[in-house]
Design a protein around this ligand. Structure first.
Ligand SMILES: *Cc1c(COP(=O)(O)O)cnc(C)c1O
Length: 466
């Protein structure tokens, strides 16, 4: 052991090694940073020798130098791999929470790029030459599209729920139906957010049935808010009873108590008209006379991560003034992305321009066309694959419309050597990772969530696997 330790090169010797400056030059990393890493690598090798993990007695100084340079280069190369990587979603789940939910429209991306590289009017009013408010950037769009009196945007919908409860109901009571005390992905629980906000939760009804009279009976002098929560990721079937927003609005009016609905996804596009689900639009909800609504920016809206709050001006103003609004505020990229997204809705171009809307309503025949292009390209090469096309179901995902299954066509893939799990792994390791479904020993590709240029990448990945 002592023998190997004696051969360990000094830092100045390593720095004089030809590979040191080669790595610095080739990978554009400063020699100062590389020198720090050299210290780390030498320490690591020294420890390995001491712990007898490195016992090869033939290791002389030159070999040790090469070993350290190999490690140094490996570490440097890792900087060229991103932790946050682009992937291709071939699962057919449109709003895949693990894969980043909505992908943005070209218009939204252009606006983000435009704003990212310059100074902007984030908080500057061009007509007065004085300070402006970032709240003004998308408020008019939201008012025009939804018909609400006022609007604001925070970091995400979880933050929106928190802000509404904190600004309107701290030290007061909020009445919620037991059937709507949800927990959604990423450990968001209505009851816990409520506790954090300082509001007191008053549960009414039972898990499966809540009546309007349950709300009426629970109202006291301390009631600050009636709250309704979209069930989002589950549905109650069988003997159930919910209180409609309309009925709650009527009770709220009579008792002069505001009513708030956490809509979860909150779509601006009417999917019902396309025979997809029963999701009410934000516009329809506003028409009921409800006071406050909140929803996500990156679910059915198809924009960047954000929490949108729309409703009566007096409540929105109160929330804008709350200190918490400053904590939860969004940055210029989110506002740029939202502006780009909302413009498509104002123009009535969401079917054409918003990928989330477009993907959800894409007819199965159009998915079949992509599947056929794929199969056709595969046919021309002799591989161990067996492909077949079958009817299937796509999902909306993102904890929205849990019951909705969208008719689609899928390509089922088998291989004469690899198992479906091995195949899925190979696809995950492709230079642009491809994420697929695995079911019944088959890999399933749903091209609903794969766009034209991505289809070429999937074809390439399969051709390279033979
Ligand atoms: C998704 C969802 C949230 C959380 O929204 P984020 O934008 O993910 O923070 C809150 N409430 C409901 C009902 C939801 O569906």
């Amino acid at each position: 052991m002592m023998n190997i330790l004696r051969h360990l090169p000094a830092i100045h010797q390593l720095k004089a090694h030809a590979r040191f400056s080669q790595i610095a030059l080739k990978l554009q990393i400063s020699e100062d940073v590389l020198t720090e890493w050299l210290h780390e690598q030498v320490d690591m090798i020294r420890n390995k020798i001491r712990n007898k993990e490195l016992t090869d007695e033939t290791l002389d100084r030159n070999k040790l130098m090469e070993l350290i340079m190999d490690e140094l280069e490996k570490k440097a190369l890792r900087l060229y791999e991103d932790n946050l990587q682009r992937v291709i979603n071939a699962t057919g789940v449109v709003l895949h929470t693990n894969l980043g939910r909505a992908r943005l429209s070209k218009q939204a991306i252009n606006q983000i790029t435009n704003i990212a590289s310059s100074y902007s009017t984030l908080e500057y009013n061009l007509s007065t030459g004085k300070r402006g408010s970032r709240h003004d950037i998308v408020e008019d769009y939201l008012k025009q599209i939804t018909g609400a009196e006022a609007a604001m945007v925070v970091n995400n919908n979880a933050a929106a729920v928190y802000l509404v409860l904190k600004a309107i109901a701290t030290d007061k009571e909020v009445i919620v139906s037991r059937g709507e005390l949800i927990e959604i992905g990423g450990s968001f629980r209505i009851s816990e957010v409520m506790e954090e906000s300082g509001a007191t939760l008053v549960e009414v009804g039972t898990t499966n049935k809540t009546y309007a009279s349950d709300f009426e009976k629970a109202i006291t002098e301390d009631t600050a808010l009636l709250m309704k929560v979209h069930k989002s990721n589950f549905s109650l079937v069988g003997f159930t009873k919910d209180v409609d927003t309309d009925d709650l609005v009527e009770i709220a009016r009579k008792q002069h108590i505001p009513i708030y609905e956490d809509l979860g996804s909150g779509t601006l596009f009417n999917f019902k008209n396309e025979q997809i689900g029963t999701e009410p639009t934000v516009q329809e909800k506003i028409k009921t006379g409800i006071d406050i609504i909140s929803f996500s920016g990156d679910k059915l809206l198809g924009g960047p991560q954000a929490g949108v709050i729309v409703g009566k001006k007096c409540f929105i103003d109160k929330m804008k003034k709350d200190q918490l609004a400053r904590v939860l505020r969004v940055d210029k990229f989110t506002l740029a992305g939202l502006e780009g997204t909302l413009k498509s809705y104002l123009k009535g171009q969401e079917k054409q321009e918003i990928p989330t809307v477009r993907d959800i309503i894409e007819p199965r025949e159009s998915v079949l066309e992509k599947a056929n292009v794929f199969i056709e390209k595969m046919r021309s090469s002799d591989t161990g694959f067996v492909f077949s096309i079958d009817l299937g179901k796509s999902k909306v995902g993102g904890g929205t419309m849990p019951d909705v299954e969208i008719d689609t066509y899928v390509v089922k893939v088998k291989h004469n050597q690899y198992t479906s799990a091995e195949l899925a792994e190979k696809l995950r390791y492709y230079k642009i990772p491809i994420i697929v479904r695995v079911k019944n020993e088959e890999v399933i590709l749903d091209f609903r969530t794969v766009h034209g240029d991505e289809l070429d990448v999937v074809i390439e990945a399969f051709l390279q696997m033979q």
